[in-house]
Design a protein around this ligand. Structure first.
Ligand code: HEM
Length: 244
């Protein structure tokens, strides 16, 4: 049986903080994770830190949902997987929109912030690295589902209404992949606007490398299938023309 819901304004949770809100959310620890004003090289360090820390949190949630989705698929449960993939896409969307805030820093002010970063680089982002590691597992689980349905990818897209769940899964998967590509495109522009392109990052990586990473995809088959469908439609049209 579930414990009875309890109401009141007194504290019933253990932990640091004056209220149960602070104790549960752990605001004391959370809000001490940013440098204090007397430690800043520049006041925009707070803006820079908040954007990065909140990105790491959204990416943590995204990875959690990717791993659970992979498990659902291993258990042949496509419907709950669909719901979680929508969450993953939303996490990536939030990570992308909050990049806007970084453009509120002037490029010169960012040069002062940059001094504080040491060799800190986005290549070492635990959030993104976890996504990079978990996505191939998810894609593999999707491919197992397609194999089990005993259907070619082209057929799945041609007869999508006969294979609704599997088709929806393919579409939610490309949603996530597209969101990652959009993040990279947006991040590249933010980098260009902040430090330019013919320069190197804090670990010596030329910024142009980021430009080349923009089109990286975890699901090339799902992108290529669009071209296959166009070619299939053309071939069908030509065959129809011959029949007339
Ligand atoms: C003013 C803001 C930013 C600048 C100037 C910037 C700059 C850079 C640069 C120069 C690189 C290339 C690697 C290096 O040498 O460091 C890079 C990579 C990267 N950054 Fe940023 N970045 C910014 C904001 C962010 C934010 C908010 C995130 C969110 C977590 C992030 C995540 C990454 C990731 C994941 C990579 C690896 C790229 C990839 O795998 O496609 N960056 N960034």
């Amino acid at each position: 049986m579930l414990p009875a819901m309890s109401y009141g304004s007194d504290q019933i949770l253990s932990g640091a903080g004056a209220s149960d809100y602070e104790r549960y959310i752990r605001t004391e620890e959370l809000l001490s994770l940013q440098k204090r004003p007397d430690e800043w090289e520049h006041r925009d360090e707070l803006l820079f830190t908040v954007v990065h820390q909140s990105s790491e949190l959204w990416l943590k949630l995204a990875t959690n949902e990717i791993l659970q989705t992979t498990q659902y698929l291993a258990d042949d449960q496509i419907r709950p997987a669909l719901r979680l993939l929508t969450r993953v896409a939303m996490c990536l969307e939030y990570t992308t929109t909050q990049l806007d805030m970084l453009e509120q820093m002037s490029p010169w002010d960012y040069q002062q912030v940059r001094r504080a970063l040491g060799h800190g680089s986005g290549f070492d982002s635990p959030g993104f690295n976890a996504i990079r590691k978990s996505m191939p597992l998810l894609v593999e689980a999707f491919k197992v589902q397609v194999t089990r349905a005993n259907i070619a990818l082209l057929e799945l897209f041609l007869k999508h209404d006969q294979y609704e769940d599997l088709y929806q899964l393919a579409e939610r998967l490309i949603d996530v992949d597209e969101r990652l590509i959009l993040w990279r495109a947006r991040h590249f522009k933010v980098v260009e606007r902040s430090i330019g392109v013919n320069v190197v990052g804090t670990q010596g990586t030329p910024v142009e490398v980021l430009g080349r990473l923009r089109e990286q995809t975890f699901v090339p088959e799902l992108w290529n299938i669009r071209t296959d469908l166009t070619n299939y439609a053309i071939a069908e049209e030509e065959a129809r023309g011959k029949d007339l």
